[in-house]
Design a binder for this molecule. Structure first.
Ligand code: SF4
Length: 133
């Protein structure tokens, strides 16, 4: 009889270790999967620092957030039918290429990666051959 008791207790211990081991493994895996998702969800999207039109470099290049407000007497490059089609979104220095026209803003390499308005303009504009209009 004492042997049976010992066997039962060993079986229970073995079963406990099996099930608790699976539980611990499951908890570990869940924490790895969901913990990473939660950490990624909690990570704030990088905010794009925008170029201020009052910035000295922006002023020297005639950068404006609304290309229709360019002083074309001062920046004749944007005058006329060809000039009117110039916007940041179709400039080769505008870093959003996939949805350039639909974007609101993106980094500009001329301004060291700071954000410029899609509908903006500056005198460094160069046609991006991959973006039409
Ligand atoms: S270089 Fe191009 S993208 Fe950058 S501000 Fe000037 S026009 Fe816009």
């Amino acid at each position: 009889m004492p042997e049976n008791i010992q066997d039962n207790s060993q079986n229970s211990r073995r079963n406990f270790l099996k099930t608790s081991g699976l539980g611990v493994l499951g908890a570990y895996l869940a924490s790895r999967v969901f913990g990473r998702d939660a950490a990624q969800a909690a990570e704030p999207a990088k905010k794009l620092e925008m170029v201020s039109p009052k910035d000295p470099m922006a002023q020297s290049l005639g950068y404006v957030e609304d290309a229709k407000k360019v002083d074309t007497k001062k920046f004749a490059k944007r005058a006329g039918p060809g000039g009117e089609k110039q916007f940041c979104y179709n400039c080769q220095f505008y870093q959003e290429k996939k949805n350039a026209k639909a974007s609101k803003a993106a980094a500009c390499t001329i301004f060291g990666g700071k954000g410029v308005a899609a509908m903006g303009w500056c005198n460094s504009w160069v046609q991006d051959p991959t973006v039409k209009d």
